[in-house]
Design a protein around this ligand. Structure first.
Ligand code: SF4
Ligand code: SF4
Length: 180
């Protein structure tokens, strides 16, 4: 032990410094929020409840390619498709089991059409497991509730837009961005 360390120990320097810090914080305002009475502003680009994006005509953007489900590490996205008119793929069911989701947003990154998003809405506790199983209708409703209008646009422009021009297909977010 050096002389300096010895003097510090004898004079309780570190203890006094610790007490001084405690004393200082006794007179500063508390930073603890009294949730749920006090809430933070929503964080844009947050990874909370899922939604399926709609295009300007109010139709689901999802084409049922299955990339999001393939990328999902929790395997909690279920997509069921069938063949419609003109041999077009129809998305019959799109479901997310949010209880298994780890909110990594890989599904959002994987989607070349900007068709699936994670909204800012995180307050959706419930009493049954079924309530956390989101089908296509509920996911589209989430878009209207939490992402419609400018919010959805900003979400992709600022946070989750794919960079590759290879994905610049009709109604795709890359193309929207380039034309805007
Ligand atoms: S956020 Fe991650 S875990 Fe959740 S559905 Fe998307 S890919 Fe799966
Ligand atoms: S959300 Fe995107 S990646 Fe997933 S099936 Fe639909 S279009 Fe494909």
């Amino acid at each position: 032990m050096t002389t300096k360390e010895l003097i510090k120990k004898v004079l309780f320097v570190e203890i006094i410094a610790g007490l001084a810090l405690t004393l200082k914080h006794l007179f500063t305002p508390a930073v603890t929020r009294q949730y749920p009475k006090e809430k933070r502003e929503p964080v844009p680009g947050a990874r909370a409840l899922h939604a399926l994006a709609k295009n300007d005509e109010g139709q689901a953007k999802c084409v049922g390619c299955g990339l999001c489900a393939a990328m999902c590490p929790s395997q909690c996205i279920y997509i069921y498709t069938s063949e419609g008119e003109d041999h077009k793929k129809v998305v019959d069911r799109y479901e997310v089991d949010t209880l298994r989701c780890i909110f990594c947003a890989l599904c959002v990154e994987a989607c070349p059409f900007g068709a699936v998003v994670l909204t800012e809405h995180f307050e959706y506790s419930d009493y049954t497991r079924e309530a956390f199983y989101y089908n296509k209708d509920r996911l589209l409703e989430n878009w209207d509730k939490y992402m419609a209008g400018e919010k959805g646009k900003v979400y992709f422009e600022k946070f989750w837009g794919p960079k590759s021009k290879d994905f610049a297909l009709a109604g795709n977010k890359s193309e929207d961005r380039e034309n805007s």
